[in-house]
Ligand binder design. Structure first.
Ligand SMILES: *Cc1c(COP(=O)(O)O)cnc(C)c1O
Length: 376
């Protein structure tokens, strides 16, 4: 069976995990967490980065830092993972879903302004497949209407928009290091803070409502409970695993991109013949090959396609069931405007096996079977 995903492992993860154990420091914010934060800050020119326990909790932090009050609205795409939405709900917001663009499956920036009301507080830009949303337009809308922008860059680590790393453009950026993402620590994530005014509040929120981070820097002589908070610190064992991956970040990225381009080249004739549609990468975007997806003619063909691949020991998957049509989406939100593309396009989309270390042999099998399916 050719799996859909294999968690990334470069080989020296265990060595760093052992170092954490030998140093008798396995709780949060030790050497490895600090190294990872600093690496991301430096590499992506990020003002401040804090590792978290997941991409979801990075989103939770971002939404809490946006200071949402009950009844405030958050604008987001319906074609996204539940985490994007539930973070806003936990912070007390109502969800306002906006349609996606069919070419990138990102939020349609031209439909955002019509969804803004006097309750709107935040726009969430989820960079689907690690390909950036139209950020110049989104930032311009946000500044004119005095709104915050949270980037759900869970899939966008190592991607950029006009040369800027995803996650560093809005007020906050959120990364995921789940095992299904390009870089992993099992479960984990990071919050990127792009406005230094939020640094201190973010540290307090992350450290159970205490000013412990300030205490460790010697800026206060004892630490105390100063505000509400939670615990968003990953263990050093997880951070050590991630550290190994970050040291090989370019190698992982290149490996994925090679596979991505091989798929693309192989399927270009099918796309040119009008049998499938391939992903569009806008000129402003450099992507990280998080995903390789194609679009079938319709839901029926996709079901058949996935079944055919499975019969041939290849796992291909689809996502997402649009959030506005899910039970929680109906309860917590509304769709603004018309759902032209969200539902229709999500029903055609299918993802092929894509992971660091996908062998050429396995990839050739996938390619051959896809071509065979469309020859019939
Ligand atoms: C993976 C993902 C998340 C959640 O990340 P976790 O680390 O699994 O909590 C959030 N948003 C999007 C778009 C994702 O793909």
């Amino acid at each position: 069976m050719i799996p859909f995903n294999v968690p990334p492992c470069v080989g020296d993860e265990l060595e760093y995990v052992k170092q954490a154990i030998d140093a008798h420091k396995i709780c949060g914010d030790g050497t490895f967490t600090k190294k990872c934060n600093a690496w991301i800050e430096e590499r992506f020119h990020a003002q401040k980065v804090l590792l978290t326990t997941s991409g979801t909790t990075a989103l939770d932090m971002a939404m809490l830092l946006c200071d949402i009050h009950p009844g405030d609205e958050v604008i987001l795409p319906s074609f996204t993972f539940s985490s994007t939405a539930t973070a806003a709900v936990l912070a007390g917001a109502k969800l306002v879903f906006v349609d996606v663009r069919p070419d990138t499956m990102n939020i349609d920036e031209t439909k955002i302004e019509a969804a803004i009301t006097d309750k709107t507080k935040v726009i969430v830009a989820m960079h689907y497949a690690g390909v950036a949303c139209e950020m110049d337009t989104i930032m311009d809308i946000a500044r004119r209407h005095n709104l915050m922008v949270v980037e759900d860059a869970a899939q966008g680590v190592m991607s950029s928009y006009k040369g800027k790393a995803l996650g560093t453009i809005g007020d906050f950026g959120c990364y995921s290091f789940h095992e299904t993402k390009n870089y992993s620590m099992g479960e984990g994530g990071a919050l990127v803070i792009n406005n230094p005014d939020y640094n201190e509040r973010a540290e307090i929120l992350r450290e159970k409502g205490t000013n412990r981070a300030k205490f460790f820097r010697g800026q206060v002589d004892k630490y105390t409970w100063v505000d509400f908070g939670d615990s968003y610190l990953p263990s050093e064992l997880n951070a050590a695993y991630l550290w190994a991956q970050l040291l090989h970040a370019d190698e992982i990225n290149e490996n994925r991109l090679t596979s991505w381009h091989r798929y693309r080249e192989a399927f270009l004739p099918l796309a040119e013949a009008g049998k499938i549609e391939l992903q569009h990468i806008p000129a402003e975007c450099t992507h990280n090959a998080h995903m390789f997806y194609l679009k079938c003619k319709n839901l029926e063909e996709r079901t058949e396609f996935i079944r055919f691949l499975k019969k041939n020991d290849i796992l291909a998957v689809f996502h997402y069931i649009p959030l506005h049509s899910a039970p929680a989406g109906e309860k917590f939100g509304r769709f603004d405007g018309e759902d032209v593309y969200t539902t229709a396009e999500s029903e055609r989309l299918v993802r092929l096996p894509m992971y660091y270390g996908l062998t050429e042999d396995d990839q050739n099998k996938v390619i051959a079977k896809v071509l065979e399916f469309y020859e019939k």
